[in-house]
Design a binder for this molecule. Structure first.
Ligand SMILES: Cc1ncc(COP(=O)(O)O)c(C=O)c1O
Length: 378
């Protein structure tokens, strides 16, 4: 009998080893991992440079509280900010990063209403769960945090009716990941950003799933020609070591003075060593050229599949959704893929989600495509 809460619907096998995109279960069966641990292990399992950085840091110092300076935190925040004038706050998960964003927005603006969107996913803590625009995720946990308002994604009327001079902030994903790989229209995001600016509402982009290279650039917002006031990260930032980050424009810093917000483990030395190594790998010349080539190969291969089970293929970079005709078809397809050795994910009700590591090889793309074609054309 299990000693765990049954809050996860677990598959009846355990992955015990992994290198790159190849993982092995307890019986020795190998799989090609097109999940990256739900968009976490973006450089693949066992990535040597991250492992090396962790080993070196582990031999030196694991943890000191945020009562002292941290050059590692400074380096990672500077690396994430790049050319832009952002400052960072480190935490341990995506939900915590969004929690920090919501708190900062309310404190900085002195206003309360926060606008988010239907089908969004922002995490499971009270603020992040309330921000999440899905009734099924709220069910049983009421009362929720007050003053959250849900717009319709990609809908211009929602921008007009929900955002005004009283709004503290808007929190949005540029591709709704858990919601079904639904991509925001660029013109709609531009209109959203303009409305926020006009109303003095902060534009907060949840890059927890889209960030750290997933969409073919370090952050998805770089492809949408916007500069969010705040963006949040987690998942791929530590390549499997738990770490989250909230990046905000320097002008917001005054609202998060000493004692305003914090977390014991935030910016832990091991997490920062991993994040620094991840950033170094992703900033290497040509890294994203390869990612985008693999993305093109995957999209080309998928669109060449002729199957009446496919309703739509969409996404950006290596965040790809194949919308199938029903939840039942999806369950059957993913089970057969798994049996044949390809691990995939679900998004929304009927979307087969592919999140291979960004280091996926051309051969692995071909291998996955052959399996997907075989199963979908059957
Ligand atoms: C867009 C987005 N935001 C936030 C989260 C929550 O992150 P975490 O599970 O690390 O709290 C997720 C997790 O799937 C996510 O996809």
């Amino acid at each position: 009998m299990s000693h765990l809460f049954p809050n996860y619907a677990r598959k009846p096998f355990e992955i015990v080893e992994g290198t790159g995109l190849t993982v092995t279960d307890q019986t020795g069966k190998q799989y090609l991992d097109f999940t990256s641990g739900i968009g976490v292990v973006n450089l693949g399992h066992h990535y040597p440079a991250v492992e090396e950085a962790l080993a070196q840091q582990a031999a030196r110092l694991w943890h000191m509280p945020n009562l002292y300076e941290s050059s590692l935190q400074e380096e990672v925040a500077a690396g994430l900010a790049g050319e832009l004038d952002y400052v960072g706050f480190f935490c341990n998960s995506g939900a915590e990063a969004n929690e920090a964003a919501i708190k900062l927005a309310r404190k900085f603006t002195g206003k309360s209403p926060v606008v988010t969107f239907e089908q969004s996913f922002h995490g499971r803590t009270y603020g992040a769960m309330t921000a999440t625009g899905q009734d099924s995720i709220h069910a049983g946990f009421e009362p929720l945090v007050p003053d959250f308002h849900y717009g319709i994604y990609n809908d211009y009327d929602s921008i007009d009716t929900l955002i005004d001079s009283e709004t503290a902030a808007v929190l949005v994903e540029l591709i709704q990941g858990e919601g079904g790989i639904i991509t925001a229209e660029k013109a709609w995001i531009t209109a959203l950003a303009e409305k926020c600016r006009a109303c003095g509402a902060l534009l907060m982009v949840d890059e927890v799933q889209t960030g750290m290279g997933r969409t073919g650039s370090l952050f998805a917002f770089q492809q949408f020609a916007i500069e969010p006031d705040i963006f949040t990260l987690a998942k791929g930032l530590g390549n499997g070591i738990p770490v989250g980050a909230m990046m905000g424009k320097r002008a917001l810093a005054s609202a998060f003075g000493p004692g305003s917000h914090g977390t014991t483990f935030g910016g832990n030395k091991l997490a920062m060593a991993a994040a620094k190594a991840v950033l170094t790998a992703m900033k290497a010349p040509g890294f994203f050229d390869e990612v985008n080539l693999r993305s093109q190969e995957l999209f080309a291969g998928l669109t060449a599949i002729t199957s009446d089970k496919i309703e739509d293929i969409r996404g950006l970079g290596l965040m790809i959704g194949i919308q199938l005709t029903s939840a039942e078809v999806l369950a059957e397809v993913s089970a057969v893929l798994e049996e044949k050795g390809l691990l995939t994910l679900r998004a929304g009700k009927n979307v087969l989600r592919l999140l291979p590591a960004l280091t996926v090889s051309r051969e692995e793309v071909k291998e996955a495509l052959a399996l997907i074609q075989e199963v979908l054309e059957k």
